[in-house]
Design a protein around this ligand. Structure first.
Ligand SMILES: [Zn+2]
Length: 288
């Protein structure tokens, strides 16, 4: 069913169409750039009222891989200026601080607890949404956001602010759910990325390209890494088969951690054989 809606695509301006992925979930999808918008009224989360924290062990692997990717993008010198959007408890920023860089962070949530003491003292931390913050211009070598841009109210403003806050040759790095992942087609409304009610959009490679170029970026590269959101397929299957009854989502289930630990390696194997299943879009854009 592909009814045209009144909504226009926030990336390319085309008319969005309805995409009924299950009996009780309709997404809006752009027929031109495949950008997806999610309205909770039409596709509820069936679960938590809040964003998830993830599961410890697999989060560590993810953080290590992400740090590796970021380190590969950084110029080889000390005292880089680094900004993280949505720094959470500040694990990654603390590591950059320890390496001798100057770090700033933005956190709109209520995760002010458990922030590393040194980071609180030596980092420049903002507690608000990025849309509301005045950032210094031409300041940063790197700005990154790990699973952030699917939540923000206005990605145009966010990308523009990033562009202006970067130095020449500065880089932005984002990870975000991939709206073109076949996991969404396979798991439908049980796709774990739909469990978070604050996921309001899923970018496609094309839509994020359009929006970043609109903000001024001239070099935009996207990819689909297999190492992010490691337990997504297993958690999606749990959601699929348990009917998603949990108040705090699938991670609340008693056996979830064990099931994740046992089956995730198989899911990752399938992902590496069949990359269209990968749930994440990796985005690297440069200010030239
Ligand atoms: Zn579009």
């Amino acid at each position: 069913m592909h009814n045209t809606t009144k909504e226009t695509c926030e990336a390319c301006g085309a008319r969005m169409t309805d995409w009924r992925i299950s009996t009780d979930c309709i997404l809006s999808r752009c027929p031109e750039c495949l950008h997806i918008k999610r309205d909770l009224q039409r596709c509820s989360a069936h679960a938590r009222e809040h964003a998830w924290g993830g599961s410890g062990f697999f989060d560590k692997i993810r953080t290590t891989m992400t740090m590796g990717r970021l380190n590969g993008l950084l110029p080889v010198k000390k005292d880089l200026k680094i900004l993280e959007i949505g720094f959470g408890s500040g694990k990654m920023l603390s590591k950059f601080l320890e390496k001798g860089h100057t770090v700033s962070g933005i956190e709109a949530g209520m995760l002010k607890i458990d922030i590393n003491e040194r980071l609180k003292k030596e980092g420049k931390l903002y507690f608000d949404t990025i849309e509301n913050i005045a950032l210094p211009e031409g300041e940063f070598d790197v700005i990154y956001g790990i699973h952030v841009i699917e939540h923000v109210e206005n990605p145009d403003i966010v990308f523009k602010k990033c562009y202006e806050a970067l130095k020449k040759d500065g880089v932005v790095y984002f990870l975000t759910p991939d709206g073109r992942s076949n996991g969404l087609v396979l798991f439908k409304d049980a796709w774990w990325n739909l469990e978070d009610p604050t996921h309001v959009r899923f970018f496609s490679d094309k839509s994020v390209n359009i929006m970043l170029r609109k903000a001024g970026f001239t070099s935009v590269k996207t990819g689909t890494p297999v190492w992010d959101s490691l337990t997504l397929e297993i958690n999606s299957m749990l959601r699929y088969f348990t009917g998603r009854p949990k108040k705090h989502g699938v991670l609340e289930g008693a056996g979830t951690k064990v099931i994740d630990a046992v089956f995730t390696p198989f899911a990752l194997l399938i992902r590496s054989i069949y990359p269209p299943l990968s749930p994440t879009l990796e985005i690297i854009a440069k200010k030239t």
